[in-house]
Design a protein around this ligand. Sequence first.
Ligand SMILES: Nc1ncnc2c1ncn2[C@@H]1O[C@H](COP(=O)(O)OP(=O)(O)OP(=O)(O)O)[C@@H](O)[C@H]1O
Ligand SMILES: [Mg+2]
Length: 269
Amino acid sequence: MSTVGMSVTLGTTTSAVAIDDVSVRFQSKRTEVTAIGQVSLDVAPGEFVSIVGPSGCGKSTLLKLVSGLLKPSSGSVTLLGEEVRGPRHDIGFVFQRAALLEWRSARKNILLQAEMRGMNAAEAGKRADELIEMTGLAGFENALPHELSGGMQQRVALCRALLHQPRVLLMDEPFGALDALTREQMNVELHRVWRETGTTVLLVTHSIAESVYLANRVIVLTQRPAVVKEVIEVDLPAERDYSATMARAEFAAATAHIRDLLGAVTGHD
Ligand SMILES: Nc1ncnc2c1ncn2[C@@H]1O[C@H](COP(=O)(O)OP(=O)(O)OP(=O)(O)O)[C@@H](O)[C@H]1O
Ligand SMILES: [Mg+2]
């Protein structure tokens, strides 16, 4: 793609993430699966991109490529101007399950990130307290994971992923295990955190409403092997009150369009 070529020749990071003609094949003795057909995607610094697609189409695989946990069979992935060749530690990752250490308090779970990276303890502590405040966890710093609700546990996971101030945050179905109301609250909070931190976010989600509410762009993938079916530009005001956003005509149009696209690729509906 010409924009990718331009970022390389200029030697500057015009894309936070550049996925260039990537394909992924998994081969074992028993099976051979092409998870990603051929995908290209540029994500601008500070952008929020949602990725939706049928179950098993290759969404988690795509995030693993960006984090360097997996190598593409062909094509390349560039993160912050540098080709991804192995696990990248300058990102944040939030999964469907919070995966907290049961014997550590909320704050100590967040600080795990600092310990693993050998960050300055005083600075990490200050940053942890800011994030605790920002995500509404104040008062629960010393609670153990089993004393927290599912939503609060995900907030702890989000704080942990943001502690080292990553410029790129990858999220794989982070709110999939939450009830609908908690999920909406988390969406509002994530939107606010994103605006306050300026982090580039790639979010994989099964919720069409969530994908539109949060993103600047929604990438709709096809059935496996995944290719980009369509890219939807989300035209919503930056200030996103939840109910007011749901009521907007642009929101209804975008979600209906994505539902049609997913219905077409899955053959349901
Ligand atoms: N390590 C692996 N070895 C072999 N096959 C794999 C591996 N990881 C993923 N796959 C296959 O690749 C395809 C895509 O998997 P992936 O987990 O990326 O899908 P997904 O879109 O995240 O699905 P879901 O929405 O259910 O989470 C699946 O068919 C899966 O079986
Ligand atoms: Mg997945």
